[in-house]
Write a protein that binds this ligand. Structure first.
Ligand code: NAD
Length: 494
């Protein structure tokens, strides 16, 4: 087993880490900073600039100048080469990036390391996309030699706002399509996890990314985030985060009618049919929530189990949960790391008390982890609630913590109706050994991604995103670059 402690101490020493505007590493114009702390033990990793409106203005200006400068003349092949070079550098720096992520937001290092296929795949997938963008020649109704064609142009300056729960993949999924299409970016990472995003900007700069093409403004949502969302110099906002913030961003974006894509929250159902392979389904259904301590947008937090197997299945999920190893993310073998912040931990604690108050039964967990090893952080035992009904708060609201609400069902029609009875529509899971059943359910569920006999699969080549109040727009897949492009029709009278 690798000991990450020394490398961790060398990576962050509590010093100042500047943000990145117009190719320069700068302080906030106010000179203010805020602390980046390790959520596992509260130690100070670094201080970062507390960017605000003035810094966003400077970053948007730099992004506009870059958009209209030499970057506009880069050929698709040059942009492709840049993305491939970044992918190569990511590969060689992957351990450092993952360690930074684990220290900054707590995700167990095994899990971050395991994301390399997806993240490197993203960079290489969009490198391929860069040289595949094309318009059309279109026949028209005009007599004579009047020709019409379309060209695809980069949409312009993209404002990207991301949450803290997956900084590497979250930022690359915003930046890579921008580079592929020739856009420029102002990215505001979450105030809870800025450090790895700054490291990513440094890697990209070292790979030859021109000044101003990517700008990172660290800071708070209500301040730097809001300034970016309403900025008249931004052509498009790509946002990942909570539904409430997504609504605020969509409202702020109306000022200059900027385009908006939103990847928001969820309350995803996992349906275990009576013919499911229980052995295989138990760990997957458990980790559909407990991965990253439940701090995942796609968490399959409503577990619907066919009544015939409900008691056995939920008991086995509870046993599985009780055996997960809780600890600091840099300890290899940790399954469940810390919760990101005191505020988030208090929210989870609220749900852990409201559940039993409304009549749910705790099958396992239900409380914080005590002990000296966990002092300074916020750790929870993975929790499985039984006896849950659809009306209970824990079955309706996104908890964003390690909590499963298990419920029995009797018929497929009934479970489809109950699974869809949520404002969200991000993801769903189905466990069945009967292909016909799985197929029918998959088609009837209102969710952007449906996994059968698996969960969590996300791939750069496959569209990902939400329906209903889980947002609109897609990341991944061929249609993703479309969201960074505009179409121009050109008419020629020959
Ligand atoms: P959040 O909405 O609180 O914050 C997300 C980002 O928005 C942060 O950078 C924050 O600083 C910024 N922000 C906050 N208020 C803002 C405002 N008024 N204007 C502009 N920006 C603002 O979310 P979070 O707590 O960081 O992340 C958890 C949420 O994100 C959950 O709801 C989760 O489901 C969702 N999420 C969704 C996906 C997805 O792909 N659908 C992925 C990860 C997380």
């Amino acid at each position: 087993m690798k000991d990450w402690t020394t490398a961790a101490a060398e990576l962050y020493d509590g010093g100042f880490r500047p943000m990145f505007i117009d190719g320069k590493w700068v302080e906030a114009q106010t000179g203010e900073t805020f602390d980046a702390r390790n959520p596992a033990d509260g130690t100070l990793l670094a201080t970062v600039p507390k960017g605000s409106k003035a810094d966003i203005d400077a970053a948007v200006k730099a992004a506009r100048t870059a958009f209209e400068g030499p970057w506009a003349n880069w050929t698709p092949f040059e942009r492709q080469n840049l993305l491939l070079k970044i992918a190569e550098k990511f590969e060689s720096e992957w351990e450092r990036l993952c360690l930074s992520d684990t220290l900054d937001m707590g995700m167990p290092i095994q899990r971050t390391l395991g994301n390399s296929r997806r993240v490197l795949g993203m960079l290489r997938f969009y490198a391929g996309q860069a040289v595949s963008i094309h318009g059309q020649t279109i026949g028209n109704s005009f007599p004579g030699e009047i020709y019409s064609q379309t060209v695809r142009e980069p949409i312009g300056v993209v404002g990207a706002i991301i949450p803290w729960n997956a900084p590497i993949a979250g930022s690359i999924w915003k930046i890579a399509p921008a580079i592929a299409t020739g856009c420029t970016v102002v990215l505001k990472p979450s105030e809870e996890a800025s450090l790895t995003v700054l490291m990513i900007a440094r890697i990209m700069q070292e790979c030859g990314l021109p000044d101003g093409v990517l700008n990172i403004v660290t800071g708070y949502g209500v301040d730097a985030g809001a300034a970016l969302a309403e900025h008249p110099g931004v052509d498009k906002i790509v946002f990942t985060g909570s539904t409430a913030t997504g609504q605020a961003i969509a409202r702020a974006a109306t000022g200059n009618l900027k385009h908006v894509s939103l990847e928001l929250g969820g309350k995803s159902p996992v349906i275990v049919c009576r013919d499911a392979d229980i052995e295989k389904a138990v760990p997957v259904a458990a980790m559909a929530v407990f991965a990253n301590s439940g701090q995942i947008c796609i968490a399959g937090s409503r577990l619907f189990v066919a009544r015939e197997i409900h008691d056995e299945f939920t008991r086995r999920v509870a046993d599985y949960a009780a055996n997960l190893r809780i600890g600091h993310g840099i300890q290899e073998g940790t399954d469940i790391g810390p919760i990101i912040s005191a505020r988030q931990a208090e929210r989870i604690e609220g749900y852990l008390s409201v559940g039993p108050n409304e009549g749910a039964e705790i099958l396992t967990g239900g409380n914080r982890v005590a002990g000296d090893d966990f002092a300074g952080g916020h750790f929870f035992h993975p929790t499985v609630f039984g006896g849950v009904t659809d009306e209970m708060t824990i079955a309706r609201e996104e908890i964003f913590g390690p909590v499963i609400s298990a419920m029995p069902f009797d018929t497929l029609d009934e479970v489809v109706e109950r699974a869809n009875a949520t404002p969200y529509g991000l993801a769903a899971g189905i466990f069945s050994t009967h292909l016909g059943t799985a197929h029918k359910l998959a088609h009837r569920l209102k969710a952007g991604s449906v996994w059968v006999n698996m969960y969590h699969a996300i791939d750069p080549a496959v569209p990902f995103g939400g329906m209903k109040m889980s947002g609109y727009g897609r990341e991944g897949g061929l249609q993703h670059v479309e969201e960074y492009l505009d179409t121009k029709a050109i008419w020629i009278n020959a």
